[in-house]
Every structure is written in C-alpha cells, then in structure tokens.
Design a protein around this ligand. Sequence first.
Ligand SMILES: *Cc1c(COP(=O)(O)O)cnc(C)c1O
Length: 458
Amino acid sequence: MHKIDIDLVEMTLDVMKYTIDRISNVTPELGVPRKEEDLFEEIGETITPKGIGGEVAFNMFRDVLVKATVPIDHPRHLAFVPAAPTRAAIMFDLVTSASSIHGAYWMEGAGGIFCENQAMKWLVSLTGLPKDSFGVFTSGGTAANLSAMVAAREAWRKKSSDNIGVRALLLTSNGAHSSIQAMAKVMDADVVMIDCQDENLRGHALESAIEELEEKDRKRLFAVVATGGTTNAGIIDELDSIAKVCQREDIWFHVDAAYGGGALAAPSVRHLFNGIEQADSITIDPHKWLFSPYDCGAVIYKNMALAAEAHSQKGSYLEIFKEPGAEGFNPADYQIQLTRRLRGMPLWFSLAMHGTDKYRDSIERGIELAQIAAKKIEEADNLELVRPASLSVVLFRRKGWTAEDYRDWTYRNHKSGLALVTPTKWKGESGYETISRFCFINPETTEEDIDVILATMN
Ligand SMILES: *Cc1c(COP(=O)(O)O)cnc(C)c1O
C-alpha cells in the first residue's frame, strides 16, 4: 500500500479545483504577455535543490504566470485560428496523462489506440476517401504535413531509380500555410509557389505551372499541395480540378485542411471540398476546428502501406512480440514520431460523449457567426468587407485606417481585456493592404461579442 501523502492530496485538490473553475469560466481573463525580466522579478528562481513545494509553485502559476498567457478559447479571441476545446475533451486530456500510455505501438497502447482509431474512423469518413484509407494523430498540422510530404517523396523515389539521390520539388500556391515551405526545408525539397489570384489554386493554373516547368524540374515534381481552407481567408482550392491534373500527371495530391478540415462535417459547405476524396493524403487539425485541446493534428492517407514504407522505424529494441493481441495498428508506422502521446483520446471521449451531431452543429455555428459578422460589417458606414466570408473567416476594412491604426486598435483591445483581433494583409489591385480579420471557432461567441468589438472601430 502507498502511504497517503498529504501534500499529494492537497496538490490534487488544488489542480482539480483550478481545472474545474477554469473550464466552467466561459470568459477567462484575457491575459497579456509580460517581459521575462518582469516575470522573474515577481516569481524568482523556481528550480532549487530542495524544491519550493507544490503549493508555492502552483500558486505562482495560478496567480501570476497564467495571467501572462492568452486563453485561446476566449469568446472574443478571434485572431489567428483560435480554439475551443470541449470540457469533456479537456477532462479526458487529464485522464490521458494519468493513464501513462505509450502511443507508438499496439502492443503497449492497444486500448488507447482503439479509442483514437474510433475517432479517426469518423474523421476519415468525412473525407469520402476510399475504403482502407486511414490516418493517425500527430502533434499538429505541421507534423501532419511533414509526414504526408515525406510519404509522397518516398513513394516518388520508389517509382524510378532515376529519382534516387535527386532533390525533389513540390508545387503549391501562395495561399498555402507557411508550414509547407518550412517542412520542405526540413526535407531539403524545393517549392514552386503558384501565385494565384485570391490565393485560390485551380486545376488550370496548376496545369500551366506544370507546363512551365523545365524538363528536369518536371522530373523532380513529387507532390502538389492544395489547401482546404486557407488560414488567412478560409478559401478552399478547386480540389476536384486539381485532383484530375494530379491523376493525369501521376503526382501525389496532398490537401492541407488543417484549419478547414472541421468544416467537412458541416453540410452547408461540404460541397466546397468536392475532390478531397481523390487526395493521396489530407491534414486536419482537431485542435483547430474539432474542439480538441492542444496538441492534436491528424494525417490521413489513401494508401497506408506507402505511409508505412516511409515512416516505419526498424531497430533491434523495437522488435514487437508476435502474440495475438499484440499485433495491431502501430501509430509510429505512419508519421514522423516514435514515442507519442495518445493525443486523439480527448477527441474520442468528447465525440463519444456528445455525438457527431453536436460537432456538426458547433462547426455550423462558427460558419453562421462569420455570416452574421459579415452582414453587420456591410451595414456599418465605416466598415466594408474585403471579400465574402469564407468558412469562418471574415476579412474587412475600417475605412480610412492605416496599418498603424489597426495595430493600435489591436493593442488597445487586448490590453483592456476586451478582445484579441489581429490584422492581416490582403493583396488587392494596388498591392498588399493591411486589413482586419475575424476567425470564428468558439460556438459560445455571441452576436453581442461581435457588436462590442465592431463598436470599438468607430
Ligand atoms: C494551422 C495550420 C497549419 C499548421 O498547423 P499546426 O497545428 O500549427 O502545426 C498548417 N496548415 C494550415 C492550413 C493551417 O491552418
């Protein structure tokens, strides 16, 4: 028997009380960042030979440090891509940690991987990919994109011995997320960026871009990366026509739907993704629009065997017992990580508890909030839409404002604790312009929240 440790009991109560308070609070204080020197002055050294004690450390976090962070689930946090993890998912994130499951191999993680795969089965069903397509949860969209791009590159190398030792090249568009270029760098692959009007890639533009490649570059072309909901504007590339070009040219077709993927569950916009069912791989971030806590991404493959050829690690200490029950789905075989958290488990629990209809409705609400905000903007004399709302993103301008005005406005609202809405840039007829942007995720954001924010632009 363990001796009951009073400190441990108290610490557990503190943690549970904090967690319950935090997830019950629908408008947590909108913290602001502080200088490291300031924080150090207030907190002092925390790592000492004897330890400062759980109570002291916990109070420092609760009373000072967490206030220097921005709660991404605040209903008036409409910057970047916010998040809104369900309470069920957050609680089950604690359970995931407490259960100490190694998520690389079925042998150790079977029960947990079973949960992840249940959630994955639903995700894959949203894509319409053929039978036997499947996926695995990753740390996020960046890791999912890298895993897919490596699988694509390895498949291309396997196609011909001419491709071995040759630097690979991929095509994408100016709407692609920065992680595509960053991960191409990790792979030491080249990127040709197609400059598309409205950051929207279509089949014919892809066709022309391929025709314009020099013969030697055409031979290095291993993948096309389209975006299923650009991070900046929520625009979905013309996936159907792009898929046709990729098929004809025999090129791996990856769809990065890290942000937009949640909207596959929304009937009102599902048709915009037509063609995604022809992808070779897809990235979706449950920590964006599927209400999972950080971090949780997903990569889905049409052909799992190709992913395994690229990612499966071999090592004498990795020999898995060939026992019935120990053989099964090994997440380590399909993405870049070996030891991994079972980060799909919070999504599984929340989906199991609430049902998929609740997810559909919560995602539709984000889309609806964007439509409502767009209407309010159209009706206001001092505001105008830059383009129609797309998915849950609204791009708009305050007439007469300069880039500095947008920046000052952002700081003012953040510092006062009202809202976090950051500016972005959009390419118009006369070059790049600084504008304002809303991205809705949290279904608990209200129309009044939108009114209050827009009123500060008067
Ligand atoms: C957010 C995003 C990513 C990066 O995902 P992380 O989870 O931040 O690594 C990649 N692609 C798109 C389209 C995104 O919106």
